[in-house]
Design a binder for this molecule. Structure first.
Ligand code: GTP
Ligand code: MG
Length: 676
């Protein structure tokens, strides 16, 4: 496609944590003339990361959006957070982009950090380029780096530039392999065209031939041409590059330094000439071509202090105008965003990324349309892996806290709130420690709600190892008529997983029928807190017989009597603590499999096995059983053992007896909680 017909396009900057994406956004905006001042992440004045949480951490804590113009084309750049804990936000942005620019550091040892990202891009056929950043500080041979990077990408990487070294080996410019022109970097300005140095000619020719050969893998005519020793023209090469990028068959690789504006204009030109337009992307996503209805999908939801709720959408077809109805909701304002800056618009065209104001009831991922909404893919939400029990510092803030958290979840649905009635705690779940710290910062700074956090309690249970028979009599004489109940019960352990069973075995009306439910109620009430202080499971209680009094017996008397019988019986039945054991599936690159097995063993886990992870070349899936109490910060250790890429999912499997020191500690801990 001719870039002039492409209309407004959208590129997503993605890549590992701190690779330089927000710095590249700054450089792209400056190089295109969209901004006239060059800010920086370090100085806290970049266009991206305007929030207090992001500035304080010098990291992106959510998606940054910027509108940019380059040589008359209009663009939206989505700068994604790199932290794996915020990965879903990046996936949502990628689902809306025409192209992804994968930003990485020139470090051979860390290429595995790119593996899940490349897999996502390839699984979704999202066209992507690679920008190897920080070349100013690099001390690496590009050929070795490329070989390492290739090992984590299914698609062939096609190097588009070779670095131009100074006598110390530092890159001071590059040779463009298609145009065969050499450039010397000039900070903050376009690079100078220079004569291609003679000593680079050989390397340039060989690398260029490699590029053309890779293209010939996808085109028989080109292959024939090469076999006949006919070299394709420059325009032909560009045409092949463009087609293969659009189809996600190759990954062009560029070099540079975002901090020094090196290679940034070259990247812009590749974006301009080689990125498919919104119509092509819409077709890739399964939308019927030529639709006149307005169709848009929500990429992200923000709650901004002044403008209220904003739904960031990509418009896929038609036009959205202020005041129109989309999916039954009235559009109450259209804004173009660049960092914290907002510009009001009357309408937005297909291809644009804009924020729609006050779209109540509309969630991230929703497809909004003026007619019947088409189906569009959206990345599935990851399961939470880290939780913290939160309490408002001020008790009076409790209600406000729940509604503020609901807003946080609207902005970031990878957060979840669990109200645990049994343990009487409110647990905020998310993707890791940093993720939750950011959420807590937002509660404090944006909503004025400071909270304290602690490790959530483990839902221990208890049971008994042997049974007993118990008699209890409740008798009270106080003034008028008294209270009387007498029962005999049998308590027995049941097999694991049976729950509790109450049986009425009274015969001959020893206790009238109408009092039996009161006995059962008394038993069940007791079972909520057994002798160790935890809910009791896997016991059977049989009401064998008893006595009553025609005047003094009552429901209340039988209930109290049942509680008395249980309180006396249960401590004699060898109560024992039960801890929840979870089934866990851990995914890691196989280089880390043995390290992960040690992590599991160190956490009282039992490894069930490991195998190649289906569909994930070079990855293993380790299955294990782990006590729930050991899962709390498993993700933290797992990530630190695997360059951040390891992940896991878990589900409750069974309850298992816990004795000794660990049990004593759990029981003491429960006592402290109850005393609070
Ligand atoms: N030497 C050098 N440093 C750079 C370059 N680009 C970025 N940095 C530094 O790398 C650090 C991270 O940069 P960011 O732009 O915030 O990285 P990011 O990829 O946006 O980080 P997250 O969004 O948090 O994943 C900052 O200290 C930058 O100054 C570069 O080209 N060269
Ligand atoms: Mg960033």
């Amino acid at each position: 496609m001719n870039d002039r017909q492409a209309g407004p396009r959208c590129a997503a900057l993605v890549g590992p944590y701190l690779a330089g994406k927000t710095t590249l956004l700054e450089a792209l905006l400056f190089a295109s003339g969209t901004t006239h001042r060059r800010g920086s992440v370090k100085d806290g004045n970049s266009v991206g990361d305007p929030s207090a949480e992001a500035r304080a951490r010098q990291m992106s804590t959510e998606l940054n959006v910027a509108a940019a113009g380059f040589l008359g084309d209009s663009w939206t750049i989505l700068d994604c957070p790199g932290s794996v804990e915020l990965g879903w936000e990046a996936q949502s942005a990628l689902a809306a982009a025409d192209v992804a620019v994968v930003v990485c550091e020139p470090e051979t040892e860390r290429v595995l950090t790119l593996s899940p990202l490349f897999k996502f891009l390839d699984d979704h056929a999202i066209p992507h380029m690679l920008f190897i950043n920080k070349m100013d500080a690099a001390n690496v041979r590009v050929s070795e780096l490329l070989a390492a990077l290739q090992s984590v990408s299914q698609r062939p990487l096609v190097l588009r530039q070779v670095p131009l070294p100074d006598p110390e080996g530092k890159a001071i410019g590059y040779v463009d392999l298609v145009s065969e022109r050499a450039y010397k970097y000039k900070p903050g300005q376009a690079s100078d065209l220079i004569k291609l140095p003679d000593d680079l000619l050989e390397e340039e020719k060989v690398t260029r031939a490699g590029l053309v050969e890779k293209l010939a893998d996808f085109d028989d005519k080109l292959l024939e041409q090469l076999l006949e020793d006919v070299q394709p023209s420059r325009d032909e090469i560009y045409r092949h590059l463009t087609q293969n990028l659009s189809a996600d068959r190759i990954v062009p690789v560029f070099l540079g330094s975002a901090l020094h504006d090196h290679g940034v204009r070259r990247l812009w030109k590749a974006l301009r000439h080689e990125t498919p337009g919104a119509a092509q992307t819409a077709a890739r996503l399964g939308l019927a071509p030529g639709g006149k209805d307005a169709v848009a999908q929500v990429i992200k939801t923000y709650h901004a202090p002044h403008s209220g709720k904003l739904s960031l959408v990509r418009v896929w077809s038609g036009q959205i105008s202020d005041g129109m109805s989309l999916g039954g909701v009235r559009v109450a304002g259209i804004l173009r965003l660049t960092g914290a800056h907002q510009e009001k618009l009357a309408a937005a065209q297909a291809g644009e990324v804009v924020a729609l104001a006050r779209m109540e009831g509309v969630a991230t991922g929703a497809v909004l349309a003026s007619g019947p909404p088409p189906q569009m893919p959206r990345p599935p939400l990851p399961k939470p892996v880290y939780g913290l029990a939160l309490t408002a510092e001020k008790r009076s803030d409790d209600v406000k806290l729940t509604s503020a958290i609901a807003r946080l979840i609207e902005e970031d649905p990878t957060l979840q709130l669990e109200q645990n009635a049994e343990l009487q705690e409110m647990v905020l779940w998310g993707q890791g420690d940093i993720h939750l710290q950011i959420a807590m910062d937002r509660l404090r700074h944006k909503y004025g709600l400071p909270v304290t956090a602690r490790k959530p309690q483990v839902p221990y249970k208890e049971t008994i190892r042997k049974g007993t028979a118990q008699h209890a009599r409740f008798k009270r004489q106080s003034g008028g008529h008294g209270q009387f109940a007498d029962i005999q019960i049998e308590v027995k352990p049941l097999p694991r997983g049976t729950g509790h069973v109450f049986t009425d075995a009274v015969v001959g009306g020893a206790i009238p029928r109408n009092y039996i439910p009161a006995v059962e109620e008394g038993v069940m009430e007791y079972l909520r807190h057994g002798p160790l202080g935890f809910p009791v499971v896997d016991v059977s209680v049989t009401l064998v017989t008893g006595q009553f009094h025609a005047v003094d017996s009552s429901d209340q008397a039988f209930k109290t009597c049942a509680r008395m019988a249980m309180s006396e019986a249960m401590p004699k039945c060898e109560p024992v603590l039960l801890e929840p054991i979870h089934y866990v599936e851990i995914s890691v690159p196989n280089a880390f499999t043995s390290r992960v097995q040690r992590v599991i063993s160190g956490r009282r886990g039992q490894i069930l096995g490991y195998d190649a992870k289906p569909g994930w070349e070079g990855w293993d899936m380790v299955t294990a059983q782990l006590p729930r109490s050991e899962l709390h910060d498993l993700i933290v250790e797992l990530r630190s053992a695997t360059l951040g890429v390891g992940s896991y999912s878990d589900r409750f499997d069974h309850l298992q007896e816990l004795t000794g020191k660990l049990a004593e500690r759990a029981i003491a801990g429960r006592g402290e909680q109850a005393a609070q």
